[in-house]
Design a protein around this ligand. Sequence first.
Ligand SMILES: [Zn+2]
Ligand SMILES: [Zn+2]
Length: 276
Amino acid sequence: MDKHTEHLHDGWHMEHAVAEQVLEDLAFYRTLIVNVCMIGKANSKDWVLVDTGISHYGERILEAAEKRFGKRTPPKAIILTHGHFDHVGSAIYLSKQWDIPLFVHPGEWDYVIGKRDYPVGDSTVGGGLFSLISPFYPTEGVNLARYVERLPEDGSLPFLSEWKYIHTPGHTPGHISLFREKDRTLIAGDAFITVKQESSFAVFTQHQKVHGPPAYFTPNWEEAEKSVKKLADLNPSLALTGHGLPMEGAILQKQLRELADNFREMAIPKHKRKPH
Ligand SMILES: [Zn+2]
Ligand SMILES: [Zn+2]
């Protein structure tokens, strides 16, 4: 662990784990540099957790959840946007503690039951974001077989009647984003993020900017581009992403549209771009 990361850890451990509210029924909690989302009003018994952050953050997520929803108020379920280690790190711990199911898209299935591994991170594209959490890199693939269930194919989400999921592959084959039509709220996972991932500095300062999916771990750029276009077409009023701070309103819509229209230049690493 380098000095920078160590320092960050110390600071983090002294603080209490508190989720930050974005809407009356939406909050997020940051595990080092990876967000988990809590859908549900404070003190409600009816809530759902989206993603589980990096490993060793299970207790802190529990603490943040207890503060928001009360003691012994587990979520109805955990929904995973995808199975990357920085989003499933505390999944087993939390499923055990709460005794609740985890849901993933069928396309992600093999990767979370230990059947297939994601491609190794592409070190030729740089990864400021990921160098920060490198101490948390797993040494083996995750196996959630005992806890995980497949999401229905029709886009509906268990326990979230107002929400639907949108299949947004590219970053991973079974990546999903969650969308609520009523107020056009989007939880985008890593389909796009709101921090410049190549820059450690931007990650620390959490400077907000709509950015393509983390390049280090994105193997299929054509699919990733289609997915960003799909999300831009939803014209979300608010977006919470896997990395970075929430963004909303005109600035979100403008930057997301820009990314969708210029995806090649803005998101795909130069040497990975295919000729038109
Ligand atoms: Zn990811
Ligand atoms: Zn991620």
